[in-house]
Design a protein around this ligand. Sequence first.
Ligand code: TXD
Length: 308
Amino acid sequence: MKKITVVGGGNVGATAAQRIAEKQLAEEVVLVDVVEGMPQGKALDMWESGPVESFDTKVIGTNDYEATAGSDVVVITAGLPRKPGMSRDDLLAKNFEIVETVTKNVAAKSPDSILVIVSNPLDVMAYAAYKASGFPKERVVGMAGILDTARFRNFIAQELDVSMKDVQALVLGGHGDSMVPLVRYSTVAGIPIADLIPQDRVDAIVERARKGGGEIVALLKTGSAYYAPSAAAVEMVDAIAKNRKRVLPCAAYLEGEYGVNGVYVGVPVKLGAKGIEQIIELKLNDEELAALKKSADGVAENIGKLKI
Ligand code: TXD
């Protein structure tokens, strides 16, 4: 792959750029931010780690989109975190403005790229980027499920004192408290977790995963999680760059799948060089389907607050 752009040089964006360079997923990584000098400084610093980390990926920082031209993949992490006195609606409107502008700039310079959206509120921002880019739905995908699942998998591995590698899990729905962890699809080396962990502990783990983002915010106080989020975004970039056809939970535009229409929400997808190559429809039970529907309704309600 030739070029990967990361827009937003903050915590998630810079860490994602670093991971992309260290994994050599492209010949060049471009980091874009509105803050003057910051992306240039971070990029140069990162690039200077190349001899030690043994990567040849060029890392460039910039405040404009010229250097992003012809990107194969663009990760969008630009946005504001919530500040005291700001309502969630303020954040929604503000980040919408940012993501819409960024997406238009990116799409003009890299019309064939695949967009990986990270900015919050995730599912709504993925929808905003889909609309602003004019790209086909396969080429606009949101990151949330991998992160939520990673947290869930980590807690299961901790609970059982087994390797994280052997723990598989699935979380559907919007990114937030309404996410839908699918316990019956969660396994340790193929063994359903219900056979290994008592129900009350499973419930506690589900609850902790649901509130995983808040747990980090409460500890950090001045920002939100970025190590696991950047790792999750880069797993998606890797699947696209290497055409791995990974089956991963991602936010995708649904048109009737799971009975949901016209919104982005987290579902299992096949991710490869063309972006979303398939949406995988599971046979959910009534309770799971209702939870997913409720989660999708919440996303639709927020989309309704914006002029898209
Ligand atoms: O699971 C998920 N999807 C998420 C989402 C997990 C973690 C973080 N999540 C969201 O990603 C978070 O709520 C934010 O909306 C974004 C970025 O989080 P991050 O922690 O990286 O925020 P920072 O450190 O504040 O960085 C945001 C950067 C900052 O450097 C701004 O200057 C920049 O975005 N920014 C812009 N860059 C380019 N263009 C424009 N217009 C712009 N506006 C702000």
